[in-house]
Ligand binder design. Structure first.
Ligand SMILES: *Cc1c(COP(=O)(O)O)cnc(C)c1O
Length: 392
């Protein structure tokens, strides 16, 4: 190096002179990587040699994180993208064509439903909507029209209905459709949909997998046979993740199993307490024996029922307003999967786009509150809920 301060800027040979191995994965913020000669550039860009050239095509942070998630889902392939919605868009853009028909669950995350029923038709595709818990209805919908893709969520929001993945995979296969499962609300701690025959699994890593509400990322897992167009579609449509977010998500993932266990135990405790209260007309939690899908969930899930609990206050919207103001230890944050217990109000947030009678049909009214349980002590959770209920 030169001792001229003006020459500090140009960048060759900045690596520190050490062979020490950091315990923590390095953070590579680089947007571009140096090629040693044109032959190497050609080998890297064609994919003949593993490595990196331009971060939109791929970067080490995304690969390290994707590999961990691939293992968690026992998948052939995994890719991390810029959000959960980007992950869903990636499957669409890599696999569907103009003229294709998609059948989706009517209980999908709002933006997902929008993607399939409003955006896809703009691109020349069609979408039908079904109740994924009505297997006969799903079979009829797939028989009515050649279908490329069936889209469901393992656990729906906010009523936490659980779908029968093995049965849906069988129905999809018989009809020549692929099954895409959004597994965000279950997570790999309790459910690996590929093992039940799903072709694609998508998760929002923004939620419990990262777990600290400080990144936005998504995951796609799939099979070798379906994967060929995924890397090109990711780079061409610009769905690539940020290295900083991947690094933070890796750190969060290290405690994922512990957090999942504690938050699910808190969910069971909270659901049981709320189910015994007069201020509450209805509690939805798959871990309660009166939930419509309890037996299915017990069979399908691996030692847990998720960390969300939805309940409806007898006093309607006014009661919900009072509960939310009084439960000061439970922030009203319309997301889920944070370290701390949070709550959301579906009528005013996730389901505000629906007509009132449509919400009522789904079992949502102004008194409905959805909890996302965190990793506090169960005593802290119960105290926080009591504070809310006392004001109702
Ligand atoms: C949050 C969420 C998404 C979207 O993920 P983003 O990371 O916010 O883009 C998709 N599906 C479900 C079930 C979600 O909860």
């Amino acid at each position: 190096m030169s001792d001229n301060p003006e020459d500090i800027c140009p960048r060759p040979s900045l690596a520190p002179p050490t062979k020490a191995e950091p315990l923590v994965p390095p953070l590579h913020l680089a947007a571009v990587y140096r090629c040693h000669d044109p032959a190497e550039a050609d080998a890297l860009m064609s994919g003949r040699e593993p490595g990196y050239v331009y971060a939109r095509d791929g970067h080490p942070g995304a690969d390290v994180l994707a590999e961990r998630c691939r293992e968690l889902h026992a998948a052939d392939r995994a890719a991390v993208c810029s959000s959960g919605m980007a992950a869903l868009a990636l499957v669409v853009l890599a696999t569907l064509e103009r003229g294709d028909h998609v059948v989706t669950s009517e209980m999908l995350y709002g933006r997902t439903l929008n993607l399939f029923t409003a955006e896809l038709p703009r691109l020349g595709m069609t979408a039908g909507v079904v109740d994924p818990c009505d297997l006969e209805g799903v079979r009829r919908a797939l028989a009515a029209q050649p279908t490329s893709l069936l889209v469901v969520e393992t656990i729906s929001n906010p009523l936490l209905r659980v779908v029968d993945l093995a049965a849906l995979a069988k129905i999809a296969r018989a009809a020549g459709a692929s099954l895409l499962v959004d597994n965000t609300l279950a997570g790999p701690a309790i459910c690996r949909p590929l093992g039940f025959g799903a072709d694609w699994v998508v998760e929002s890593l923004t939620k419990a997998m990262s777990g600290h509400s400080d990144v936005v990322l998504g995951l796609v897992c799939g099979r070798d046979a379906n994967w060929s167009r995924v890397p090109t579609a990711m780079s061409t449509w610009g769905l690539t993740s940020s290295p900083m977010d991947c690094w933070l998500a890796m750190r969060g993932l290290g405690t994922y199993a512990l957090r999942a266990r504690q938050s699910m135990a808190n969910a069971q405790t909270a659901a049981t307490m709320l189910a015994g209260r007069g201020e509450v007309s209805r509690v939805s939690y798959p871990g309660l024996s009166d939930h419509a899908d309890h037996a299915l969930a017990a069979r399908q899930f691996d030692g847990g029922f998720g960390s969300l609990v939805t309940f409806t206050l007898t006093g309607g919207r006014a009661a919900a307003d009072r509960f939310i103001r009084a439960a000061k230890a439970i922030p009203f944050c319309p997301s889920l999967g944070d370290l701390s217990t949070t709550l959301s109000h579906p009528e005013s947030t996730s389901h505000r786009g629906l007509a009132a009678d449509e919400r009522r049909r789904l079992g949502i009214d102004g008194g409905t509150i959805r909890l996302s349980l965190g990793i506090e002590s169960s005593e802290a959770v119960l105290t926080a809920l009591e504070e809310g209920l006392a004001a109702v």
